[in-house]
Ligand binder design. Structure first.
Ligand code: ATP
Ligand code: MG
Length: 694
């Protein structure tokens, strides 16, 4: 069997197929050292004994690498000799260091002049614990008890009494040598197992460590993602920048474990970073530091915020720098690590966000990434808000311009309305003035005649002159026309007064408070003010419920809505009647009470609202009118005012070719609380009249 041949090393490696002990796991036993032929050492001072052993035991036929080829060699012995105890111990040591240890030693008990057998055995076992020993002793030597006392009960020790029995010697030698082999195999097996176990344990520990690291990283990643998600949501939902900043300070600190957070805003004149807002885990504990921050302004390079400003990038400090102005305050807080990062708007620094911790935290590139995300998102939010503010400002300016335009148009219409009565008031007064002159001269003629008559001097020529004067005056005509002229004048004055009153009522200053409003009166007023808008295309019919109770409204806003609806009705009719001056449509304005609701209907005989745009007409800026005639805000504003501000409803009924009716319903008892502000898009210009010339 290959590997079991004799050689310089008697430790052959058993191959998998050639294992001498079936059932032993080869992965383990393949590495085990098994000694064939058996190695034995005879320690005896008597050379004859050595010869005897060589003759009693089968001695291996070849050495030093040459195999005898005999199967029996596997169970043969290589026998070395030592004649003194010390020599035996030395041989055993050198054989072991050469990697050819003895499995078995025959030791004589008496070996004068050197060590005796007992001492030799002691020394051998001190160094080679598993060496199997056979004591060769005569009767006169030590007793069994003595031997037992010296070495205790040992399975590695046999006693061979002299004179030797060959069979006994062989049997003892085989069994002890094989036992040594087996015990070595088992030892190797065990060591291999232990090695495997420790290798596996090390691997598992490594895997466990890697896993723990992974779990930690995952937790960190999760915390960062949660932070980013919350921050993202805040930035999307929070309407104002200061609120967003405060929420972010809190979210980052709570999720990433910082104890203090602050935002420093870059101020102009002087150009310094000024404390803006903060978050802290414990307000009372941080009160003093907060005060220090409130009183601090930092120029570029000063303290942590200033350093971030100067470096234009995040700064992470494991320890608060003692040269910082706030170092003492920070140290009293127990702050160690701190991080600051800049927030830019384009290339312009907007401010610096800082976080501090009572722990010492190593620079964390992942957290810095999160900060970069937050800084970017916050910068975008601020830019967006700025753009919105600018847009709002522009809208206010635009609204202002539109309002002026509307006022101009409204004023032109009203001027026209006032002009007509004013003209005939003037004509009538001029007629009265001329009539008065004629009446005055007739009066003078009659007076002169009366005085002459009283004194008896009424001459025929005077009477004839008076008659001629009265004939010129045409008294009959004057007496008939003057009362008419006065009545017309008064009517004209009433008309002007009504228009002026309507204007006054219509342009009710927006108080922001609801007051009791008579809807009939509001409709009447608005119709009057808008007369110039509809009178060329329509006549107006009213059907007011005289018993309709007043109800709480915002009068300015409500009038605006009514005006928008009336103008829309006039426009819709204008499209139908076109330029046919003879054909007019009808606008019917009606009111009625419906239990808890007051209802206003504004009905027109216009073209109707086409099916495909019905769902869009309340959208801000939706219009089908040409530029300059409509901006698409009228109904959006009307909806905002009626629904949002008054808790009412706004709906319409329409039929193509027949007309449209807009229906407003307002609660007599609106829900308590301040009226809601109309939503931004609809707020834009509801005081801007959609008042347009045809
Ligand atoms: N009575 C109506 N009859 C037919 N269509 C109407 C009527 N009222 C509104 N509309 C349609 O709804 C659209 C939106 O009306 P809205 O009052 O919001 O804006 P606009 O009248 O176009 O412009 P603005 O009122 O800002 O001057 C109109 O352009 C028109 O197409
Ligand atoms: Mg309109």
């Amino acid at each position: 069997m290959r590997g079991r041949g004799f050689g310089p090393s008697v430790y052959a490696q058993a191959s998998q197929n050639q294992h001498p002990h079936p059932g032993v796991d080869c992965r383990l036993s393949c590495q085990m050292t098994v000694a064939y032929p058996y190695r034995a050492l005879v320690i005896d001072d008597d050379p004859l004994v050595h010869e005897l052993f060589n003759s009693m035991l089968p001695v291996a036929a070849a050495r030093n690498g040459a195999s005898s080829g005999l199967a029996a060699d596997h169970f043969a012995f290589q026998i070395d000799s030592a004649f003194q105890g010390e020599d035996g111990v030395n041989r055993a040591r050198s054989a072991s260091s050469e990697g050819r240890p003895y499995s078995l030693a025959f030791v004589d008990l008496r070996m004068p002049p050197g060590l005796d057998g007992m001492e030799t055995i002691s020394r051998l076992w001190n160094q080679f614990f598993d060496l199997q020993i056979v004591i060769c002793t005569g009767n006169a030597d030590y007793s069994w008890e003595e031997i037992n006392r010296r070495f205790g009960h040992s399975d590695r020790l046999q006693i061979l009494r002299k004179p030797f029995d060959v069979a006994q010697v062989r049997q003892i030698a085989y069994s002890l040598a094989e036992k040594w082999n087996l015990s070595h195999q088992a030892q190797g097996h065990l060591e291999r197992l232990q090695r495997l176990v420790s290798e596996r344990t090390a691997k598992l520990q490594k895997a466990n460590l890697a896993l723990q690291r992974k779990i930690f990283q995952n937790q960190q990643t999760e915390r960062r993602l949660v932070t980013q998600m919350h921050a993202g949501r805040v930035l999307a939902e929070v309407p104002a920048v200061p609120e967003a900043i405060k929420s972010i300070l809190q979210i980052v600190s709570e999720n990433l474990g910082w104890d203090w957070a602050a935002f420093w805003r870059l101020e102009e004149e002087p150009r310094q970073l000024r404390f803006h807002s903060h978050w802290t885990r414990n307000d009372t504990q941080s009160a003093e530091f907060l005060e220090v921050c409130r009183q601090s302004n930092f120029e570029s390079g000063a303290d942590l915020p200033g350093r971030v400003w100067a470096e234009a990038s995040p700064v992470w400090l494991q320890e608060f720098d003692p040269s910082f102005p706030r170092a003492a305050g920070a140290s009293r807080q127990g702050f160690h690590s701190a991080v600051g990062f800049p927030i830019y708007l384009g290339s312009e620094l907007f401010g610096v966000m800082e976080f501090a911790s009572r722990e010492i935290l190593e620079r964390d590139p992942d957290q810095l990434q999160t900060f970069a995300f937050i800084a970017g998102a916050l910068g975008q939010l601020i830019e967006r808000k700025r753009a919105e503010e600018e847009r709002k400002l522009m809208e206010i300016q635009l609204r202002q311009a539109q309002k002026l335009e509307s006022i101009g148009q409204l004023a032109a219409g009203i001027a026209h309305e006032i002009n007509t009565p004013t003209q005939y008031i003037g004509d009538n007064i001029r007629f009265l003035q001329a009539s008065f002159a004629e009446l005055e001269s007739a009066h003078h003629a009659l007076y002169d005649l009366m005085v002459a008559n009283k004194s008896g001097h009424a001459s025929p020529s005077l009477i004839a002159g008076t008659e001629a004067s009265l004939a010129r005056t045409d008294l009959g005509f004057l007496l008939e026309e003057i009362p008419k002229a006065v009545a017309q004048t008064l009517e004209g004055v009433d008309r002007v007064a009504k228009i002026v009153r309507a204007m006054k009522d219509f342009s009710h200053p927006g108080t922001g408070e609801k007051v009791l409003v008579n809807l009939n009166h509001a409709l009447d007023t608005t119709l009057t003010v808008a007369r110039n808008e509809w009178k060329y295309v329509a006549k107006v019919e009213t059907d007011f419920d005289p018993a309709l109770p007043s109800l709480p409204c915002l009068p300015g806003e409500l009038n605006q809505v009514l005006l928008n609806l009336i103008v829309n009705a006039a426009h819709a009719i204008a499209d139908v009647v076109a330029d046919d001056a003879e054909r007019k449509g009808v606008i019917t304005a009606s009111t009625r009470s419906l239990g808890e609701w007051a209802e206003i209907r504004i009905k027109d005989t216009g073209r109707g609202i086409p099916e495909q745009i019905r769902h869009k007409i309340y959208d801000p800026f939706f219009t089908t009118k040409p530029v300059g005639k409509g901006t698409g805000q009228g109904l959006a504003i009307a909806h905002a005012v009626i629904v949002d501000q008054h808790g009412g409803t706004l709906s319409f009924e329409t039929e193509m070719g027949v007309g449209t009716t807009f229906i407003i319903r307002l609660p007599f008892k609106p829900a308590s609380g301040k009226p809601a502000k109309p939503k931004a898009a609809r707020l834009l210009s509801y005081e801007t009249s959609t008042f347009r010339r045809r």
